[in-house]
Design a protein around this ligand. Structure first.
Ligand SMILES: NC(=O)C1=CN([C@@H]2O[C@H](COP(=O)(O)OP(=O)(O)OC[C@H]3O[C@@H](n4cnc5c(N)ncnc54)[C@H](OP(=O)(O)O)[C@@H]3O)[C@@H](O)[C@H]2O)C=CC1
Ligand SMILES: Cc1cn([C@H]2C[C@H](O)[C@@H](COP(=O)(O)OP(=O)(O)O[C@H]3O[C@@H](C)C(=O)[C@@H](O)[C@H]3O)O2)c(=O)[nH]c1=O
Ligand SMILES: [Mg+2]
Length: 293
């Protein structure tokens, strides 16, 4: 199968370059590739799909700066909603399968139960809204598609909460981290591996269009996640991690964008449909920390 990958140097895109390699030729693009891989260039994107004519399109590119998106609606909307719409309509023209990623931030995060794929969406911030509009663009096209909603992504390459905390833990005397937002940190490696597995499955049996929640198992608050990272660095490295880590609340830690308190996603549909098991978040985070410390 010929695969077109967009966003090749993001956290997930980078790991996809590895996990997709055994499945067939991968044409991997980013915003500065000679062949247009810029999601703000909607006609250029369409031309790219027509020129390459892939069997599968994987969209790992996105506007992911959650606070900045509050000030850059038009750009976030173009990248997260209009561009996936173009990809979906071009996929439909050539009968390619589109794999697209979305987020826990499409939900408002009330209550404490893990949300299923069909739970009502109600984003609290611009990033979440534009990602939801992107999902709707994909679903309303006549393309074959799989949407994978994930959460709290980290990887060795790129920026993420785990790497930020490691840095701040050496720089600052005190760190305050929110203790009332809960979710599952999910490795870019895991997302990429599951994506490759889904594609391999789709080569042998037809899979129906659908949205699936894909996160690591277990749950944690950002504060407990930071605690895990700092304890791990103290035990397993020579870093001088002298910071004092203190819990705080969403109300006491204002940010430009509102974030859901409950980011828990129910992953049963993915596990049952593809006979998969999802590892605990601590497994992947320990691997990351071992790798970067
Ligand atoms: N990060 C997270 O915590 C979560 C991410 N997701 C979703 O998972 C997917 C992958 O995210 P992740 O890998 O973490 O994100 P990253 O921010 O690590 O990577 C996104 C990539 O998209 C690229 N990109 C941004 N704008 C454009 C553009 N106009 N044209 C081409 N490329 C562009 C970025 O390039 P550049 O660096 O040049 O800007 C970057 O390489 C996204 O759909 C995201 O919404 C879902 C839940 C959580
Ligand atoms: C750095 C820092 C963050 N925080 C809080 C802010 C926020 O609520 C939480 C995580 O911070 P981040 O900046 O990593 O949050 P954010 O960039 O919003 O992370 C999100 O990114 C998008 C792309 C997604 O799709 C989501 O799943 C989620 O991963 O921790 C603290 O309380 N103290 C700190 O020192
Ligand atoms: Mg972030």
């Amino acid at each position: 199968m010929k695969i077109l990958l967009l966003g090749k140097n993001g956290q997930v895109g980078w790991e996809l370059q590895r996990s997709l390699a055994p499945l067939g030729p991968v044409i991997a693009l980013d915003r500065s590739s000679p062949t247009c891989g810029d999601l703000t260039d909607l006609s250029g994107l369409a031309t790219t799909v027509r020129a390459i004519s892939p069997d599968v399109i994987i969209n790992a590119a996105a506007y992911t700066a959650v606070d900045r998106a509050e000030r850059e609606y038009d750009l976030a909307h173009k990248v997260n909603a209009l561009a996936p719409g173009v990809l979906a309509r071009e996929a439909a023209r050539i009968d390619a399968l589109l794999i697209h990623y979305s987020t826990d931030y499409v939900f408002d995060g009330t209550g404490s139960l893990p949300r299923t794929e069909d739970a009502p969406t109600s984003p609290l911030n611009v990033y979440g809204l534009t990602k939801l509009l992107g999902e709707e663009e994909v679903k309303s096209s006549s393309a074959r598609y799989v949407i994978l909603r994930t959460s709290w992504v980290y990887g060795a390459l790129g920026s993420n909460f785990a790497k930020t905390i490691l840095r701040l833990a050496e720089e600052k005397e005190e760190l305050r981290v929110i203790n009332d937002q809960f979710g599952a940190p999910t490795g870019a490696e895991l997302i990429a591996d599951v994506t490759a597995f889904i594609l391999h499955t789709s080569a042998n049996r037809s899979i129906s269009n659908g949205t699936y929640h894909l996160t690591a198992a277990g749950e944690v608050s950002w504060y407990e996640y930071a605690r895990f990272i700092i304890d791990y660095a103290r035990t397993n490295s020579d870093r001088r991690v002298t910071t004092q880590l203190n819990p705080t609340t969403t109300n006491e830690y204002p940010t430009e964008a509102l974030r859901p308190l409950n980011s828990r996603l129910n992953t049963q549909r993915l596990q049952k449909t593809f006979s998969l098991q999802l590892p605990h978040w601590q497994d992947g985070v320990s691997r990351l920390l071992t790798e970067i410390l």
